[in-house]
Design a protein around this ligand. Structure first.
Ligand code: NI
Length: 188
């Protein structure tokens, strides 16, 4: 099972590489990897398991974060009620060879900024990203999909897709005015 020790350090050059496209059918190693990535996300969001194994909660994980430079990321995103119980699964998907084919000019950013399982420190500041995106990707069978995402979901997917290009969230933060949104950016 994947735990925090499997995440390569922030300074590891593999986090800054462009990842390779994946070919189908997936090999056994790739199949195991995607299962483990999804399980990690679920474990990380399950308080008892997260505490036992010291997992930081995450909604997405990309293969390069584990030192594997392939175009694969997993997202597991749920809606919780006031008691922290899962009421809905919003995204439970493995994205392979993803591409953004359209994006809005308008940008959005999370009011609290972003964090990353590969970055073991807080880096404060708004991370502006296109507010709406159209994404194409393949699932583990190689079937192709197109989805339209906006706001938080679009931000999560773009954060993970950045990992496949060697980009980290703080690359998008304005150094001089980290919390200053420009006229084109909505703070959600
Ligand atoms: Ni990240």
């Amino acid at each position: 099972m994947i735990t925090m020790k499997d995440f390569i350090a922030e300074v590891d050059p593999r986090l800054r590489e462009a990842s390779q496209e994946v070919t189908f059918p997936l090999n056994d190693e790739e199949k195991t990897l995607i299962e483990e990535m999804r399980t990690f996300l679920i474990n990380s969001q399950t308080p008892e398991i997260a505490e036992e194994y010291g997992l930081r909660a995450g909604v997405g994980v990309a293969a390069p974060q584990l030192g594997i430079n392939k175009q694969i990321f997993a997202v597991y995103l749920t809606e919780l009620d006031e008691d922290g119980e899962v009421v809905d699964v919003i995204i439970d998907e493995i994205f392979i060879n993803p591409k953004i084919t359209r994006h809005s000019v308008k940008q959005a950013a999370l009011p609290e900024g972003e964090g990353c399982l590969s970055v073991r420190r807080a880096v404060p500041g708004l991370v502006p990203r296109p507010r709406r995106v159209t994404l194409t990707y393949q699932d583990p069978e190689g079937d192709e999909y197109e989805v339209k995402l906006r706001d938080y979901e679009a931000i999560v997917v773009q954060h993970e897709l950045d990992h496949l290009k060697g980009i980290l969230f703080y690359d998008h933060i304005n150094d001089e005015n980290p919390w200053q949104a420009d006229d084109n950016t909505v703070v959600l």
